[in-house]
Design a protein around this ligand. Structure first.
Ligand SMILES: Nc1ncnc2c1ncn2[C@@H]1O[C@H](COP(=O)(O)OP(=O)(O)OP(=O)(O)O)[C@@H](O)[C@H]1O
Length: 257
């Protein structure tokens, strides 16, 4: 379980998050949604200790995040962030092996078990055939799948994903989130696509201007009364039985030329 309470943060004195609460229970997928600039990536960075919260606390099960060493953190939390990770000429297989780093001391070389786990992770994201390719030559989607494989190879029990479906075509968007669901790992995922959030998340936290506007199940959050004012769009919900889906219409019709 990862939980954040009363989180505040500011960049150079400009407040970005205030009083934010998020709770991801064991095995659940929590979607972090909200408009551009609402503070999603900042909150995610605080959850993996890349940024220090100005106020509030983050707990990993019973331990405060700040009490854990960098190695303990990387054994517990795997991250796929938005930033490009390297310009170094390393292969796809080597990139995925980096996920095994927290499991060995700096003097140890990778074991055959590490290689096996990394190869399995590559297979799970459909990238085994590209194992020997240079990472920097991959397409955006292939890079993204490689980084997911690296996170899988890490075998942490928490997974934090910042817009993991970026660069992925519709097939791989669903395949990736289906894969995340099968892992059964406590996950916090930043998503822009509310219909993917509806289909794959257990709980949602909706941020706007650095504050939680609404949190709860997808059925509690993805309702027109909540979504329309935040995104300034007309929203219609369709209940397909297994999940909700949303239809959007601009509030102001496009000007006719
Ligand atoms: N390094 C930084 N220095 C100053 N301001 C920043 C920095 N990073 C982000 N911000 C600002 O903080 C606010 C929140 O940014 P953040 O990236 O967390 O939002 P987001 O919800 O993830 O946005 P998006 O959906 O566009 O990716 C924005 O106003 C952004 O301009």
């Amino acid at each position: 379980m990862i939980s954040a309470s009363n989180i505040s943060f500011a960049y150079d004195g400009t407040p970005v998050l205030a009083g934010v609460k998020l709770e991801a229970n064991s095995g659940n997928i929590v979607g972090l949604i909200g408009p551009n600039g609402s503070g999603k990536s900042t909150l995610l960075r605080i959850l993996y200790s890349a940024l220090p919260a100005l106020g509030g606390a983050v707990m990993l099960d019973d331990a405060s995040l700040s009490s854990l060493s960098a190695r303990e953190l990387s054994l517990r939390i795997a991250v796929v962030a938005q930033e490009a990770t390297t310009s170094l000429p390393i292969s796809v297989a080597e990139m995925v092996l980096l996920g095994r780093s927290p499991h060995r001391s700096s003097l140890q070389s990778y074991s055959s078990e590490d290689h096996q786990i990394a190869a399995q992770a590559l297979s799970r994201v459909g990238m085994r055939d590209l194992a020997e390719r240079s990472f920097v030559t991959l397409s955006g989607g292939e890079k993204q799948r490689t980084l997911i494989a690296r996170a899988l190879a890490q075998q942490a029990d928490h997974l934090l994903l910042d817009e993991p479906t970026n660069h992925l075509d519709i097939h791989y968007q669903h395949e990736l989130l289906q894969l995340v669901r099968t892992l059964g790992i406590t996950t916090v995922v930043v998503l822009h696509d509310l219909n993917l959030a509806a289909r794959y998340c257990d709980q949602l936290v909706l941020l706007n201007h650095g504050k939680v506007v609404c949190s709860g199940t997808t059925a509690e959050v993805l309702i027109p009364e909540v979504i329309e004012p935040v995104y300034r769009m007309n929203v219609e919900t369709l209940d397909y039985g297994d999940c909700l889906q949303l239809l959007f219409r601009p509030k102001v019709p496009a000007m006719v030329k």
